[in-house]
Write a protein that binds this ligand. Structure first.
Ligand code: CA
Length: 243
């Protein structure tokens, strides 16, 4: 399905005549930063240390889950019982250490163009992340030219319910002061895409990790793209049509 068809279908579903976006809500890990391989390596490292068999790629599918939820999946599969609170605490602490030990995650190719396109169009960029990783949040201003003001960030500390609940994206819309039918969500993870879609946004799923093609459409994306370069192009097309 092409972009035009995706927008027409969204308009029909949302009972609007035309799509006039005023805000774009961006996820952070795997969208603004190419940080997911580091998260996956950190999880795989923890598994290796405690004797849990795992494949680094599987962690891309769990993205957006809480640490405790991911640990519970792993422990149940390996040992056939739920994870204890102590395991959740200690293994997540270790995962955080192994993540922090790695070099800084690079900015995702194409993401700066995507954000600049939004700003140039006079629309409002908003950050919607389940992360509380200070190391990346602190870099946003420099890497994205101040596009994500502190008042336009939804992080792990702002929500009661994480993705796939719609709350994170609904909070992002509230920060932009814009209704869902005038918003676009950009997310790379199935749970994130579900959150954006349930919030009522036109949702661009960006498959920047090793997910099976179609996974993000199944999670509710209006369109599934393969890179942030493609996303930047799509946003440019959408906003050019508003002129
Ligand atoms: Ca993500």
């Amino acid at each position: 399905m092409n972009l035009q068809q995706a927008i027409e279908r969204y308009c029909k579903r949302s009972a609007i005549d035309a799509f006039h976006p005023q805000t774009v809500l961006f996820d952070m890990d795997g969208v603004l930063y190419d940080s997911m391989p580091r998260h996956a390596r950190a999880w795989k490292g923890v598994c290796d240390e405690v004797g849990i068999e795992a494949d680094a790629d599987e962690f891309f599918a769990y993205e957006g889950r809480t640490g405790a939820s991911t640990i519970d999946i792993l422990i149940r599969r390996q040992f056939g019982r739920p994870a204890t609170d102590e395991e959740c605490r200690s293994l997540y602490k270790r995962k955080t250490e192994l993540f922090a030990d790695q070099p800084l995650a690079p900015v995702m190719h194409g993401a700066q163009d995507a954000v600049a396109t939004v700003v140039a169009a006079g629309a409002v960029p908003v950050l919607v992340t389940g992360s509380g990783q200070g190391s990346l949040l602190d870099r946003l201003d420099a890497d994205y030219d101040g596009a994500f003001a502190a008042s336009r960030r939804v992080t792990a500390y702002d929500v009661e319910h994480g993705k796939p609940h719609p709350e994170p994206y609904l909070k992002g819309l509230a920060k932009a002061g814009v209704d869902a039918i005038r918003g676009i969500g950009v997310d790379n993870a199935p749970l994130g895409v579900e959150s954006s879609s349930r919030a009522g946004l036109f949702t661009i799923g960006v498959r920047t990790g090793p997910l099976r093609p179609g996974t993000l459409l199944e999670a509710g994306a209006d369109i599934e793209l393969e890179s942030m370069e493609e996303c930047a192009q799509a946003l440019a097309t959408i906003f050019a049509a508003q002129q």
